[in-house]
Design a protein around this ligand. Structure first.
Ligand code: MN
Length: 327
């Protein structure tokens, strides 16, 4: 494979003239450390920063934990976002500075709302031989991004739609809108669902026409409104559609459908922080370094993770240039 990072925007053109579907390529990102696992990142990238309030899509595995060491992420901070962990295989142990301690397995969701500030650790558990799933972030709108942090866990019941199966872990399908807001709390209108299709199946899914959508293909390939989506690619459908047609070919499809109303706010993302301007990110970084990395203070913006035996993750050095908002 050639260098995917060189000109990612050029690949976007493939699907656009035919059906308005933008095909976003993944790029391989190591999570750090010589043996650490790597992830396939499809959001953000040069061609696209957001799908609704979804602002970060990391897809990983199937990863042989005995070779990679699995997931071993020491306490690190977040601001202004929610993290969503959704697994296809394996088990991850989450701890955070609100005191939450939760295992997450396939069919259940961990959602952590960072608000004004939180820190957490994530580790694949000793019985986990293979790890496979996605780590997703949702940007909080300006009016809610300074709220107190909290954590939620929900087991998701599968729903049958024709020959397909849906597991809706954030929000509701358009056809179930009257059933309430969904299994976890969101701050903009949002959808996150695992879709499984047997080989040869077609799913005509009713969607909210005010939403934009992304389809991340985990197993496939799939087509989205007739446009081919290879495995690990993210197909983007702009707002204005009341139906998405997702189809499997010779192989079964497993995919994540991510949708939402366009956020409509510029955000600044750097490392694990989301803010609105450069100086705010600088201040978050300084607080993390001073309060947690250097002094282990439990009373600051980020609190402390109980039950973690070791150091918190130091923040990288900031770039020389001023960070600029996305979208
Ligand atoms: Mn995190």
């Amino acid at each position: 494979m050639s260098n995917l990072e060189a000109e990612p925007a050029e690949l976007v053109c493939d699907g656009v003239p035919a059906a308005g579907i933008q095909v976003l390529e993944p790029r391989e990102v190591p999570l750090g450390g010589p043996r650490a696992m790597s992830v396939r990142r499809t959001l953000p990238q040069r061609a696209r920063s957001l799908i609704g309030a979804w602002c970060f899509v990391d897809h990983f595995g199937p990863d042989e934990v005995t070779e990679s060491g699995g997931m071993l992420v020491p306490p690190h901070p977040h601001t202004g976002l929610q993290t969503v962990t959704w697994l296809f295989e394996g088990e991850v142990e989450h701890r955070d500075s609100t005191g939450s301690h939760q295992l997450v397995r396939p069919g259940a969701v961990n959602l952590m709302t960072a608000g004004r500030g939180i820190q957490h650790s994530e580790v694949s558990t000793p019985p986990t031989r293979r790890l496979h799933g996605a780590q997703l972030w949702v940007a909080l709108p300006d009016r809610d991004r300074h709220i107190d942090p909290f954590f939620e866990h929900a087991v998701i019941a599968p729903q049958t739609i024709g020959s397909a199966t849906a597991r809706v872990f954030v929000g509701r399908l358009a056809t179930d809108a009257e059933a309430g807001p969904g299994p976890v709390r969101t701050f903009t209108r949002l959808l996150g669902a695992q879709l499984d299709l047997p080989a040869g199946a077609t799913l005509d899914l009713s969607v909210d026409p005010t939403f934009e959508h992304g389809l991340l293909v985990d197993a496939g390939p799939a087509t989205l409104d007739g446009v081919d989506l290879p495995v690990a690619h993210l197909g983007y459908a702009p707002p204005g559609r009341s139906r998405l047609r997702i189809a499997a070919g010779e192989h079964p499809v497993r995919a994540l459908l991510l949708g939402g109303e366009p956020l409509g706010e510029p955000i600044v993302m750097w490392w694990n922080f989301i803010g609105r301007e450069h100086d705010e990110i600088v201040a978050f970084r300084q607080q993390w370094q001073a309060e947690v990395v250097e002094h282990g203070t439990a009373t600051g913006r980020f609190g402390i993770v109980d039950g973690w035996d070791g150091r918190a993750l130091p923040a990288p050095v900031m770039p020389d240039v001023r960070l600029r908002p996305r979208d």
